[in-house]
Design a protein around this ligand. Structure first.
Ligand SMILES: [Zn+2]
Length: 121
């Protein structure tokens, strides 16, 4: 997920870290010939790169965790609702409608919070 650079700081090893809008940090090393970022060595260069977007892997990971948790909750809720409607004597169509409707009851905040709580640490 692309995130704009909002600032910079140095880490304990004196390497520049770009601060991204999402709150995550990302090293922006100038370490030729492996990593060419001469702009990071000057204040002017760094200022010129404010607003430039970097791909934030940590945001990608968090997004994937949320998406995976949501898929799993949907699957679980659909199956439970479908089976429960079947036990209640609904026809196939009724079971299907019940299952689809059950997705509306999912607590997205809870799913997101639970998914991201396992990201930390
Ligand atoms: Zn991020």
């Amino acid at each position: 997920m692309k995130q704009p650079i909002t600032g910079y700081h140095k880490d304990a090893e004196d390497h520049w870290v770009a601060e991204l809008a999402c709150g995550h940090g990302q090293h922006v090393r100038h370490d030729p010939p492996w990593m060419e970022r001469p702009w990071v060595t000057t204040e002017e260069g760094r200022n010129n790169h404010l607003g430039v977007e970097l791909n934030c892997v940590r945001c990608d990971e968090a997004g994937l965790k949320v998406a995976t948790a949501l898929l799993e909750e949907c699957r679980k809720t659909l199956i439970e609702s479908y089976e429960s409607a079947g036990i209640s004597g609904l026809c196939d169509e009724g079971q299907f409608e019940s299952a689809v409707g059950s997705i509306q009851t999912l607590d997205l905040n809870k799913i997101v919070a639970k998914a991201l709580s396992t990201t930390k640490g």
